[in-house]
Ligand binder design. Structure first.
Ligand SMILES: Cc1ncc(COP(=O)(O)O)c(C=O)c1O
Length: 384
């Protein structure tokens, strides 16, 4: 990402930059999880595992899905990959070819459209504006459907907006999808444990078992347990799809690191105190960031339902002139201005398919959020 690279370069040059571009938790991995790696190493768990993951890990995943979503999967309906990223890629690579369309609500996680393109498919991006809570409606979905539609990808809570589909919203989408049996549904639930509403998770296959035959639930341990470097993600879905994904994985990466799989078992089966503690910290940071950003002239910020990002609109800054006489014409210009004038690194909404917005990560300390917002306020006040 251009802004992130420039921020790192400025930091290397000794500039004081507050980096709010991180897409990963700032917490350490819980100790019992790291200890599970040492134990696996000591036990000699250093060999190839089955392509689709160890039986112990798949059992832990099946148990999590039953416990939290109330859905039942068998072990051969689970695929384990190098992060949710590889699971999503394998699913698309196994099913998407030239001419196939994949519906992606925007703002979206940056990798979806590029992965579809890498599989020779066509991303069909559906803008989901702020008034719709940055969420896909059944009407907007239906308008985007064509005979070539192969998949719809939903990410809830969403990176970058934090938007979370309520049960009612999910039911409306399900009702529509039931009329189009050729369309498969992928739900990227990687932020499922970082939700501020306190309500129950919303799982489409629990709400409508009929969708089970064409839905892939994607998840992982990266965000929930601060384990991004372990590279463990998983998918749960119909047997034929999982088998096709495993065929691809078997000829690309064989399997995921045996030690990381042992760590993921400890994460899923072990104590969950960390999850609640991290959530409480994210909530505090979210509330502070939203409050402070809404005081900055030119920015306005909705309160996200989940994940660890805020996505303020910078429409009020577009057209403003910097002290050097440069006009801020796009959200990318705003990002560069904030980087140079305030020493705060953010990401432009254009990267996520919906402008003019900024993504700020709150996976950082309250002190940094305070300081960053104070700097943004000063640099906005200096605009004409
Ligand atoms: C929405 C979303 N999906 C998937 C991923 C990939 O996660 P993993 O580390 O499991 O590959 C990310 C990581 O940023 C993400 O934000």
């Amino acid at each position: 990402m251009v802004a992130r690279d420039r921020a790192r370069r400025l930091q290397a040059e000794g500039r004081d930059i507050i980096d709010l571009t991180a897409g990963e938790p700032d917490f350490d991995t819980p100790k019992h999880i790291s200890e599970a790696v040492a134990a696996a190493l000591a036990a000699g768990e250093t060999r190839y595992t089955p392509v689709n993951g160890t039986i112990t890990l798949r059992k832990a995943i099946v148990a999590k899905l039953a416990r939290e979503y109330g859905v039942r999967y068998e072990l051969d309906q689970i695929a384990v990959g190098c992060g949710a990223k590889q699971v999503i890629y394998n699913a698309l690579a196994a099913t998407v070819g030239e001419g196939d369309e994949v519906i992606i609500p925007a703002p979206y996680w940056v990798s979806y459209p590029d992965m579809v393109l890498a599989c020779d498919g066509t991303p069909v991006v559906v803008p989901c504006g702020e008034t719709a809570g940055f969420k896909l409606t059944a009407e907007a979905l239906e308008k985007a459907v064509t005979p070539k539609t192969r998949w719809v990808i939903l990410n809830s809570p969403c990176n970058p907006t934090g938007a979370f589909y309520s049960e009612g919203e999910m039911r409306a989408l399900i009702k529509m999808l039931l009329r189009y049996p050729q369309i498969a549904l992928m739900t990227d639930d990687i932020y499922d444990q970082i939700r501020f509403d306190g309500g129950a998770p919303v799982c489409p296959t629990a709400l409508e078992p009929e969708l089970g035959g064409r839905t892939l639930l994607v998840n992982g341990v990266s965000k929930t347990y601060a384990m991004t470097g372990f590279r463990i993600g998983y998918g749960a879905g119909p047997r034929a799809l999982i088998a096709a994904m495993n065929t691809i994985q078997s000829q690309s990466t064989s399997c995921v690191s045996s030690l990381s799989q042992a760590a993921a078992v400890a994460a899923l089966n072990g104590p969950q105190d960390f999850v609640a503690e991290a959530l409480a910290a994210y909530r505090q940071r979210r509330d502070r960031a939203v409050e402070l950003l809404n005081r900055v002239s030119g920015l306005s910020c909705q309160t996200p339902d989940g994940a660890f990002y805020v996505y303020p609109s910078c429409a009020g800054l577009i057209g403003k002139k910097t002290l050097e006489g440069r006009i801020l014409a796009t959200d990318f210009d705003v990002v560069m201005y904030f980087l140079d004038a305030a020493g705060v690194a953010t990401v432009d909404g254009a990267a996520y398919g919906l402008s003019p917005y900024l993504r700020l990560s709150i996976a950082t300390s309250i002190d940094k959020i305070d300081e960053a917002c104070a700097r943004l306020a000063r640099s906005c006040a200096a605009l004409n």
